[in-house]
Design a protein. Structure first.
Lengths: 554, 326
């Protein structure tokens, strides 16, 4: 029907208006972006300076300020796809059980005889006992060391598999523990990479886990992928130092072989430490949030054999003293040694809650990348090339747009103008939607918009051609328009759904720029059907009501 | 005076030469397959692994000198091409851009920092004004997966569409539409083999768009065929098809032309980065328009269609959606 109810009219115009309002900030991209940045800075609690307020005021606060994100290919920057070699960690993990296993077995020396560690696969811990007949006792002892693995899928699983092979005891990480280790390795790697990239201070880096063991890193504005790799490759420095004294004076003079370091949380607290670290991050194998005997949040950590020995000796001779856990020149915490800590594992207690202990554990683990990272894919796009692409894309868009507009008027006269109104609204809606959902615009995405401009007229063309036919068949104008819309409807829907199917598959299967193309193509299909079916029809209906033409020419 | 690309009333016989057009299509498809196996596609690093470096300099591109500079590095197969930007030629702007491609290095996933540094240094010695606005490196592991995903995507898209058309029409329409699709995809691969245009991920996106566009066209024609089959129950299928194509001809041409206008402006002005991509789509629009008439409809004619459209209310599967509209 050509008549629209008032509420329907209102709804259609409201959708158009909202879409265009949402698209508007993109016309003033740079100033809106600066304004958004300034507002974000102010929101973090930075004292307002006149300049900052002025920049924030460049774009009125009551206007929508969401922008279309520009993809890496338009903004310039670096893209890396890294694969974390999660197996690297297994050997180190299993190695760290050796002191415990050794101590447990030594306690049973009378029954099982002497023990000796054997060479074997990296992921196995192989111990030979001199009295194989007591194997059952030995196995029971080692099995007692196993601790439960906390995971959702493997209830009741423990961290190690212990088996016997002749006179050898073989200790391996269990499947559940391997999975848990992989998860930890990935979480750690992501955390470290994120911290490293954040240090560079670029805007909106993307650091995403992909699949089981991959990390996608996209950093706009960085010079090259090599720079990014160097940045990520840098390791955080974790050290344990003996604490000599605490002070609140940042200018405390220290003697040689001593250093003054600030507390990570407490701004007025400083520590005088021995310069030589007792333990370094290289010795740390694992750190996990846990609880102490009083059920207070704590962090358990595990050192490798060398670190374990050093730490054991150090704690034995320094009970009652404090040692500082230092990360990147800041003291994370400075617990007091309660007792001798043998075996290379210990627990850090302090004034923290569960959230803090979890964070601290991650930070401790995040000291160094836990496993080697291999780069599978790397891309660098210079900012000038990105700008060139934007310029070229924008020019192509405008030329395509104007040419299609002219072409439509030449072909359909007044009705061409109606279609053009819809086309303009259509492009506004695409940008509005892109801004609203925070989608990323890429170069192929621009191509998608240009293609949509070409194809968006299709629905209108279908209708207009149909109206022409109906007019030819002798129908009066209003009836011809009604029939035109009615009869073209199934063709419009079928034709657009098939294209939408292709767009959805592209979106699901594609990545990066291809996905950007799928988004604009898909949104373009939806908006073009909306504008063609409702907006043009509404415009035509208004025209027919006002002018009441006896005959129309399409 | 209105611009009319197609006269108001046409009654062309599209099947007069159907033996010839179908034969030509079959021949072109065979040629494409032969080209694909003889010459093969010029796979980009997305699918083959390796590194591409884009150079931009003040001085004209000197491929011979670049090659000589890279020779001592022992990087294996190195290809250097000058990038020609039609937009720059139109405006007379100088563009001294080249694209250097290095094959995947033995034992390394992506190119190492050292390899890229060595290449940069060697080239800067030839031309100190040179900058490197784009460097892409893809390891063989990822490229293998990318091919797999791409093939799955194309197959999925075609099957999904086959299913949708079968749901909305009859199986004969589905076969006709998919034959047209396969025709378009095969010819596109043929032309990419022939012209040795770089075939990368973006081209897969273009292929899928061609699938969508070609269908769009086919579906519009089929929609009219469906309508006319109901209207003229006694008319021979050939005449119904012809009439339907003629009736939709004006729309087919209009839409193709507006889409081509948009694509050509993108091809000329959009920069060389997306040239291959836009080229594939221009080719796809032309081939897709042709195939919806000369392949899809011709096959439909040969397969024949059941004409008892009115008796579909007895609940047979597959057609229950066909009469919700109109």
């Amino acid at each position: 029907m050509l008549q629209f109810s008032f509420s329907k009219k209102l709804l259609i115009w409201a959708v158009c208006a909202i879409g265009i309002l949402m698209a508007a900030p993109n016309l003033f991209y740079t100033s809106v972006e600066q304004s958004n940045d300034a507002e974000a800075t102010l929101a973090t609690g930075v004292p307002a300076t006149p300049e900052l307020t002025a920049i924030a005021g460049q774009w009125p606060a009551w206007m929508p300020s969401a922008l279309v994100n520009l993809g890496l290919d338009l903004r310039g920057g670096a893209h890396l796809l890294a694969e974390v070699q999660v197996e690297d960690v297994y050997a180190e993990r299993i190695d760290s059980y050796w002191p415990e296993v050794r101590d447990a077995l030594r306690a049973e020396r009378v029954t099982i005889g002497t023990i000796r560690r054997q060479d074997g696969a990296d992921t196995d811990l192989r111990v030979r006992i001199s009295k194989p007949e007591a194997m059952d006792t030995a196995l029971a002892k080692v099995r007692a060391l196993a601790s439960p693995v906390a995971s959702l899928s493997n209830v009741g699983a423990t961290d190690i598999d212990v088996s016997a092979e002749g006179a050898d005891i073989i200790v391996r990480l269990s499947e559940a523990e391997r999975l848990a280790t992989d998860q930890r390795t990935m979480a750690q790697s992501l955390e470290i990479i994120r911290r490293r990239v954040d240090e560079a201070g670029t805007r909106e880096p993307t650091i995403q886990r992909q699949g089981d063991r991959r990390v996608l890193i996209q950093v706009p504005g960085i010079g090259s992928a090599e720079e990014l790799k160097e940045l990520i490759g840098k390791t955080a420095k974790l050290t344990f130092h003996p604490v000599l004294s605490r002070t609140s004076d940042p200018d405390t003079r220290v003697q040689s072989r001593q250093i003054l370091l600030p507390d990570a949380q407490d701004q007025g607290l400083f520590y005088v430490l021995e310069k030589t670290a007792t333990i370094t991050g290289d010795h740390l194998v694992d750190a996990q949030p846990s609880f102490d005997q009083n059920n207070q949040a704590a962090i358990s950590f595990r050192l490798n054999p060398t670190g374990g020995r050093i730490f054991g000796e150090y704690t034995a001779s320094n009970i009652g003293q404090a040692f500082a856990i230092v990360l990147d020149e800041e003291v994370l915490s400075a617990p007091t040694i309660q007792s001798h800590i043998p075996g290379g594992s210990g627990i850090i207690t302090g004034q923290f809650d569960v959230a803090e202990s979890t964070k601290l554990a991650i930070q401790l683990r995040a000291g160094a990348l836990p496993a080697k990272v291999v780069y599978l894919e790397e891309r660098t796009i210079g900012p000038e090339l990105g700008q060139d692409s934007i310029d070229a894309g924008a020019l192509a868009c405008i030329v395509a747009f104007i040419t299609v507009l002219i072409f439509m008027v030449l072909s359909y006269g007044l009705f061409g103008v109606f279609a053009n109104i819809a086309l303009i609204i259509n492009v506004g809606l695409i940008f509005g939607l892109l801004s609203m959902i925070g989608a990323t615009l890429t170069l192929p995405g621009i191509a998608g918009i240009v293609l949509t401009i070409g194809m968006a007229v299709d629905a209108n063309v279908l209708v207009f051609e149909r109206i022409r036919e109906e007019l030819k068949g002798g129908k009066n104008p209003v009836r011809a328009i009604e029939l035109g819309y009615e009869r073209a409807f199934s063709a419009i829907i079928d034709a657009n759904i098939t294209t939408l199917i292709a767009a959805v598959i592209l979106f699901v299967m594609g990545s990066g720029p291809v996905r950007g193309f799928a988004i604009t193509l898909g949104l373009g299909i939806v908006t073009s059907v909306f504008t063609a079916i409702w907006v043009t029809r509404l415009v035509i209906s208004i025209y027919m009501e006002r002018r009441r033409p006896k005959e129309i020419e399409v | 005076m209105r611009l009319k690309l197609v006269p108001s009333d046409t009654s062309l016989d599209f099947f007069k030469l159907s033996k010839m057009t179908l034969g030509a299509s079959a021949l072109a498809m065979i040629a494409s397959v032969v080209l694909f196996f003889m010459i093969g596609l010029n796979y980009g690093i997305d699918f083959k692994g390796g590194t591409t470096i884009r150079t931009d300099a003040q001085n004209p591109v000197d491929i011979v000198a670049y090659r000589a500079a890279l020779e001592p590095l022992g990087l294996g197969d190195v290809s250097i091409t000058q990038v020609i930007d039609p937009a720059a030629q139109l405006t007379g702007a100088t563009s001294n851009v080249s694209q250097i491609r290095i094959e995947a290095q033995e034992g390394a996933e992506a190119a190492t920092v050292e390899t890229i540094k060595a290449v940069k240094n060697a080239l800067i010695e030839v031309d100190p004004t040179m900058s490197f606005p784009q460097i892409d490196s893809v390891g063989p592991k990822v490229s293998g997966e990318l091919i797999q995903t791409a093939v799955i995507a194309v197959v999925l898209a075609i099957s999904a569409v086959l299913f949708y058309i079968w749901l909305r029409f009859e199986w004969q329409f589905s076969v006709g539409a998919v034959a047209a699709l396969v025709h378009d995809v095969v010819l596109t691969i043929g032309v990419f083999s022939l012209l040795q245009i770089k075939f990368d991920l973006a081209i897969i996106a273009a292929l899928l768009t061609i699938v969508g566009y070609s269908l769009n066209d086919t579906v519009v024609v089929f929609d009219r065929v469906r309508e006319n089959l109901r209207k003229y129950k006694a008319k021979p299928l050939k005449d119904v098809l012809n009439q339907s194509i003629n009736e939709t001809l004006s729309r087919t041409v209009m839409t193709s032309v507006t889409t081509l206008i948009a694509l050509i402006s993108l091809f000329v002005l959009g920069g060389d980065v997306i040239h291959g991509f836009v080229f594939a789509m221009i080719w796809g629009v032309i081939v897709g328009t042709y195939s919806s008439v000369f392949v899809a409809s011709a096959i439909l004619l040969r397969l024949g269609v059941k004409r008892d459209w009115d008796k579909i209310d007895d609940g047979r599967a597959g057609t229950q959606f066909a009469n919700i509209d109109a």
